[in-house]
Write a protein that binds this ligand. Structure first.
Ligand code: FES
Length: 158
């Protein structure tokens, strides 16, 4: 069945539309809302639904969606582990951290783990360079990680 926003999601998108002078300004927050409701990723059904609700052309929403890396174009696990591998985190072992997590979870970057729980991605700066290395898991941020502390956090996620 094609994606439809929940009543709560619809209300949130309408609230975003009321917040800005132009509908275009509400596209990013609305994509966030819809992505969350579609198990963490955006497909053509999500774009169509937002276009319908926001009364904007699909192409306009698609443009924004494909421009920003925080919107996922493929399905992700229930926990989307985004490890920062930008310069400050890379210096502190961010790339090795991402590889370690992949190895421990038995997934390649971008894959969904067999149990459906995890997807690991490497991302650009998450804005917390002073506490590198760090990762974001869904809406939460974890800083000053070691391979062990990162795995402890992830193993605790059910
Ligand atoms: S480089 Fe990793 S948070 Fe900025």
């Amino acid at each position: 069945m094609a994606f439809q926003l929940s009543p709560a999601g619809l209300a949130e998108v309408k609230k975003e539309l009321g917040r800005y002078e132009t509908k275009e300004s509400a596209i990013i927050p609305s994509l966030y809302i819809a992505q969350k409701e579609n198990n963490g990723w955006v497909n053509v059904d999500v774009i169509n639904e937002l276009a319908r609700v926001m009364e904007l052309p699909e192409s306009r929403i698609n443009e924004v969606f494909t421009f920003y890396t925080m919107f996922n174009q493929e399905p992700v696990g229930r926990f989307h582990v985004q490890v920062c591998t930008n310069i400050s985190c890379a210096v502190e072992g961010g790339r090795e951290l991402a590889s370690h997590i992949c190895g421990q979870l038995g997934v390649k970057l971008g894959e969904v783990s067999e149990d459906g729980r995890f997807t690991v991605s490497r991302v650009e700066c998450l804005g917390s360079c002073g506490t590198a290395p760090m990762m974001q898991v869904n809406d939460d941020y974890y800083e000053k990680l070691t391979p062990e502390s990162a795995m402890n956090i992830l193993r605790g996620m059910k």
